[in-house]
Design a protein around this ligand. Structure first.
Ligand SMILES: C[S@@+](CC[C@H](N)C(=O)[O-])C[C@H]1O[C@@H](n2cnc3c(N)ncnc32)[C@H](O)[C@@H]1O
Length: 279
């Protein structure tokens, strides 16, 4: 089931203009590690509003091609404005869990930037990515590891403190955004190995961001989560929860603003070419 039915044109526009800056910056780091070259054929799964794909299109040049897919029509509409002037960049509505439209061994690079936690059937998706990658082709993804996030992120800890108290303890589902499917670093490594990838590299990038107030932080989460932020909290409790959540976040206030440190992980892996024929 797609997580994108709560997305709106306004969330997509704001994400494109500035609320997606941190994802874009993490994406630049991912692209560097993937070693994308002139002439490469590249697939961006969950391309959102297309900022990163537009950047990659400049790298692959006229002899290369970048295709972005995303299940949100609002995000694809914004992205398509970027695709028009350049023939080597195109965007299509599409879900990462169904890559059947793409030919075997057709891509040099496939990446998912801040998307993998929205994918429900991860092993089926990885098997399809393996099928469409050329032997020796590379997959890259950035993701937030479930266990690292729980142990170190200030906002995750703020939510956990609240969820221990009533009226939230009995009414709120454990994750703060649904329908997310986060995994741990170990789980990712196993999935990649079992899906036929080798030369797996995992790296942790520490990001510290400051927000003037909890309101700005909530706006960012809302746009980044395409409308799913706090949908696990029953509607009648949501405003109260936000107010209590703000108080918890204010505890991290510094002279520069409310401080957030998160650890985003970057994984790259190479298609070993073994079972391409069988998939
Ligand atoms: C945080 S945004 C990242 C967007 C973009 N990759 C970037 O770097 O800015 C997450 C994106 O994942 C998309 N998404 C959600 N479920 C998906 C799925 N099953 N397959 C592909 N994309 C999905 C959302 O529509 C949204 O655009």
């Amino acid at each position: 089931m797609s997580s994108t039915k709560l997305d709106t044109p306004t969330l997509a526009e704001k994400y494109d203009q500035y609320l997606g800056d941190s994802q874009f910056n993490n994406g630049l780091n991912l692209i560097e590690k993937l070693g994308i070259e002139t002439g490469n054929n590249v697939l961006d799964i969950g391309c959102g509003t297309g900022r990163l794909a537009e950047y990659v299109a400049k790298t692959v040049g006229k002899k290369g091609k970048v295709t972005g897919i995303d299940p949100s029509p609002h995000r694809i509409k914004v992205a398509s404005r970027k695709g028009k002037p350049s023939l080597n960049l195109s965007f299509e509505l599409g879900n990462g869990e169904d890559l059947s439209r793409f030919k075997n061994k057709s891509f040099d690079r496939v990446y998912l930037n801040a998307v993998f936690h929205w994918i429900e059937n991860k092993s089926a998706t990885l098997a399809q990515i393996h099928r469409i990658l050329k032997p020796g082709g590379k997959l890259g993804l950035t993701f937030t590891s479930k266990n690292i996030q729980k142990a170190f992120s200030a906002d995750r800890q703020a939510v956990d403190r609240l969820l221990k108290k009533e009226p939230y303890a009995s009414a709120v589902k454990s994750d703060e955004e649904t329908p997310r499917h986060p995994i741990t670093t170990d789980e990712l490594a196993l999935l990649l190995i079992n899906s036929g990838f080798e030369d797996i590299k995992l790296d942790i990038k520490q990001n510290t961001t400051y927000y003037p107030s909890a309101k700005e932080y909530f706006e960012k989460r809302e746009a980044g989560g395409h409308g799913n932020f706090l949908t696990n909290v029953p509607e009648e409790l949501r405003e109260q929860f936000k107010a209590d959540y703000s108080k918890e976040l204010e505890k991290n206030k510094t002279p520069q603003g409310i401080e957030f440190t998160n650890y985003s992980q970057v994984a790259t892996a190479t298609n070993n070419g073994w079972n391409n024929e069988k998939l």
